[in-house]
Ligand binder design. Structure first.
Ligand code: BV8
Length: 293
């Protein structure tokens, strides 16, 4: 590590750098929403029953068992609707209002940045949203519903919307000892336009491309002027292309890469640590309001 340990975690040096920074990029991950009660992907909460969330977030899983994948997403929609933005979401939205040169890229699909009133022109939803719907015949069929909060989306998915009456017990849906309802495709919503495709969550699954127009716009933003600071918040920096932006945006000798993580070591980032970088270990919901004030 080129940076001196003391400088690396100095809040006062960070505040000086922030004051001088106009172009700031944030890359956010599931750890940002942990304080809102939403499980992360790879942490302890990352396992959904005995399924690994990453295995369910694929077109192949949806093809093989759309009912199971929809139960997973209906559950996450329900959780996200019950959750609230936390102080970290509000601190980022406030930074966006103070610094027009700030841009937030989030991997999170929980809509909490939007509910924290983050200015939309300074926010990129890299992996889409739990509350967007589209036809599984896309791109052939263009039908989408950009914002749908029906909970449950259809009667067959009602188990995902059950209120947790006894918080000391897992929701029946989450209790691996209880068999999951076997939902047939004809019990799931079909596209109102083409009438043949199943409706699917408007998220980017593993193996699917991110929105090209959005990627081009981010590249243009990064390339137009040097970036002063990259905030890497609550992400294991494991998923690409999101994880690659910190190094892509770095200008040697100018850009400070600032990692905010509950376990600094866990950020499996490819990010090197350079002179001028910062690292702050703890809950983003506690650290960010202090760092960005
Ligand atoms: C694509 C939506 C190309 C769905 C998600 C290059 C190199 C290697 C691999 C690839 C590569 N390019 C592409 C790949 C393959 C793949 C990939 O990256 N695989 C990984 C597993 C290696 N990438 C893709 O498939 C991408 N597509 O590149 O397409 C292409 C081009 C043309 C044609 C076809 C294809 C698509 C990736 C998007 C996948 N979708 N989400 C859904 O959400 O259900 S990704 C999913 O993981 C979530 O979005 C999640 O946010 C994201 C990343 O995880 P994290 O957010 O980092 O969460 P994680 O749990 O891992 O970590 C939490 C962190 O927070 C931890 O560090 C923890 O310590 C910390 N933390 C916890 N609590 C707190 C905290 N920090 C602070 N405070 C706290 N309280």
């Amino acid at each position: 590590m080129a940076a001196s340990k003391a400088a690396y975690s100095s809040v006062s040096l960070f505040h000086e750098k922030l004051l001088r920074s106009n172009r700031i990029l944030a890359i956010c991950g599931a750890g940002l929403s942990a304080a809102s009660g939403l499980p992360t992907f790879r942490g302890a909460g990352g396992l959904w029953r005995n399924h690994n969330a990453v295995e369910l977030a694929t077109p192949e899983a949806f093809e093989a068992d759309p009912g199971l994948v929809w139960l997973f997403y209906a559950y996450r929609r329900h959780m996200a609707l019950e959750a609230n933005p936390n102080p970290a979401h509000y601190a980022l939205a406030e930074l966006a209002r103070k610094k027009p040169g700030f841009r937030c890229l989030t991997q999170n699909v929980d809509n909490l940045h939007v509910r924290a009133q983050h200015p939309s022109e300074q926010l990129s939803l890299l992996h889409g949203s739990l509350f967007a719907l589209k036809c599984s015949n896309a791109p052939g069929c263009k039908w989408t519903d950009p914002y749908n909060t029906a909970d449950p989306l259809c009667p067959a998915l009602a188990p995902a919307a059950e209120k947790n009456t006894d918080p000391t017990k897992p929701l029946p849906l989450l209790d691996p000892s209880k068999p999951l309802a076997d939902i047939k495709p004809d019990e799931l919503p079909h596209c109102p336009e083409c009438e043949t495709g199943l409706v699917r969550p408007g998220v980017v699954w593993f193996g699917e491309p991110l929105d090209e127009g959005m990627l081009d716009e981010i590249d243009e933003w990064i390339e137009k002027e040097p970036v002063d600071m990259v905030l890497v918040i609550g992400t294991s920096s494991f998923v690409y292309p999101a994880a690659g932006y910190a190094e892509r945006a770095r200008t040697e000798g100018r850009t400070a890469v600032v990692t905010v993580n509950l376990e600094l070591g866990s950020a499996q980032g490819r990010n090197k640590i350079e002179e001028g970088d910062f690292g702050f270990e703890g809950d983003a919901a506690v650290l960010l309001p202090e760092l960005l004030k």
